[in-house]
Design a protein around this ligand. Structure first.
Ligand code: UN1
Length: 490
């Protein structure tokens, strides 16, 4: 399988490749992909720079027509692409279909926004003069993303970037390269001109070449906090715009007046859906002391019944594997840390039974008696591991929720309207759910987090255009004479 540069499928000039493995069965090799170098990145950036000249001038609603068509093709290829995605990154078919639906929603939303992309007008302080402003495309955007949402998360960045008139070089995760190639096929079939969208596969070498390239004007990144911060430091030095979407340590609070069954289904989905591998996953559960013991008992009972398995071959599977050996090692080492810090009441080990023997499966794991200073309370694990803490009051619950370096998503289950609104106001997170789990963001709403999660940008919704456009301010003076601002009018 190949890179996609200037509308052509090509190997890396290095001739080197990497293997894409099925995490549910590591002996299943999906394909070899190019391990690209700075030269390959440069070829893609050259194509994107050349394509920008015409693409930026195409009327925005015409660009929107292509994106709408891409949405139609994603819809047509949804089942086929879901199977490809499940095979390469492990979540169940139901979830991979949801991932693609998020891209479909984004495509239609971005297409519609091409008829809006509103600017502002404002009165001038002078006679016979008008002031207005327009959103302008920036140029070549470098997009670097993770594997846990191989289509949805790239779509949040790529489709609005294209809608606004930019061109794109996409460096997908080396754990989900096949999905990225389908993304390219779909945009090509939708009629995107050559060079407007390019895919360069690889690892850190390709990613950093993209960040460093002088003709790449914006970087949109989703991934680990360590990598994101390193990218931001380089972008700072190079004076490049950068949008970061990084880690989370999201908390669900359950108050004694909550609907307990609802709160249970919420945490089961939030903590163990996508094998806990969402940046929005529920990794901390804050239980009010009055309901703590009963809730933990019922949670344990229901989590025990979760079926782990290969989403392609086991139709009963509810939770898939973690993504690769490295992540398996990381999750298991956090479980060891957890066992030294707190009490493991469920799971706490790898699952190698039956068909899961060759996959990276980890049993849903729950720790109780977790303290706020524990590493499993503070650090992002990105696996099916839930840390439960006890809160003695509502105020204490909020304090625990906010005791985090991250601030992406959050949730509270309560029937008390005052508590709900106080939580909306006081939880330090980009997203707060009331009586719903920490996962489930919709494509047309701003998505992102505060504190260590991001750098002030929001993908999704109308806010994504703040990342992928620059403002042009225009003054039209029709007075026929020199009018000196701030001088002649006062
Ligand atoms: C991510 O984990 O990077 O809200 C994105 C959600 C999904 C998106 C998650 N719609 O959980």
């Amino acid at each position: 399988m190949k890179n996609y540069i200037n509308g052509t499928w090509s190997d890396s000039t290095t001739g080197r490749t990497f293997a894409n493995l099925n995490p549910a069965n590591s002996s299943d090799v999906i394909g070899m992909f190019p391990l690209s170098s700075a030269d390959d990145v440069a070829a893609a950036v050259a194509a994107a720079s050349a394509a920008f000249r015409a693409w930026r001038l195409m009327p925005a609603p015409k660009r929107g027509d292509i994106l709408r068509k891409a949405g139609d093709i994603f819809t047509r290829r949804k089942d086929e692409l879901a199977a490809i995605m499940t095979r390469e990154m492990g979540k169940t078919l139901q979830e991979t279909k949801g991932d693609i639906q998020e891209a479909i929603d984004t495509a239609y939303y971005a297409a519609t926004e091409t008829r809006r992309l509103f600017g502002y007008t404002a009165p001038s302080e002078m006679d016979n003069k008008m002031n207005m402003s327009f959103r302008m495309p920036i140029g070549v955007c470098g997009i670097i993303t993770a594997w846990n949402f191989p289509i949805a998360v790239p779509s949040w960045k790529i489709l609005p970037a294209l809608a606004a008139g930019n061109t794109v070089v996409f460096k997908p995760s080396d754990d989900s390269p096949h999905s990225a190639n389908i993304f390219a096929e779909i945009l090509e079939e939708a009629g995107l001109p050559k060079g407007v969208f390019n895919v360069v596969h690889g690892q850190a070498e390709a990613g950093s070449a993209l960040v460093e390239h002088p003709d790449v004007k914006v970087i949109g990144f989703t991934g680990s906090t360590a990598t994101g911060n390193a990218i931001a430091a380089r972008c700072g030095a190079l004076n490049k715009k950068v949008s970061l979407e990084m880690g989370g340590k999201n908390a669900q609070i359950v108050m004694p007046d909550a609907d307990m069954d609802l709160a249970l289904t919420g945490v089961l989905w939030g903590a163990f859906g996508t094998t806990g591998q969402r940046c929005t996953a529920t990794s901390r559960l804050i239980l009010h002391t009055d309901i703590h013991d009963a809730f933990v008992e019922e949670l344990k009972r229901q989590a025990t019944a979760i079926v782990l398995g290969n989403g392609l071959t086991n139709s009963a599977a509810q939770v898939g594997p973690v993504i690769n050996q490295r992540q398996l090692d990381k999750v298991l080492s956090y479980i060891d840390i957890g066992k030294s810090e707190a009490t493991c009441v469920l799971g706490g080990e790898r699952d190698t039974t039956g068909d899961n023997a060759n996959g990276y499966f980890v049993k849903p794991t729950i720790f109780v008696d977790v303290e706020r200073t524990d590493r499993i309370f503070q650090e992002e694990i990105f696996g099916p591991v839930l840390s439960v803490v006890r809160a003695t009051s509502f105020e204490h619950a909020l304090e625990l929720a906010n005791d985090s370096a991250y601030g992406l998503s959050s949730s509270i289950y309560t029937r008390d309207v005052n508590a709900a609104f106080t939580a909306i106001r006081d939880i330090e997170a980009g997203i707060t759910y009331i009586n719903a789990p920490t996962i489930g963001a919709e494509a047309h709403m701003p998505f992102g987090g505060v504190k260590g999660t991001g750098n002030g940008h929001r993908e999704g919704g109308w806010t994504v255009f703040d990342i992928f456009t620059e403002w042009k301010t225009v003054y039209v003076d029709f007075s026929g004479k020199l009018q000196r601002a701030q001088i002649d009018n006062y």
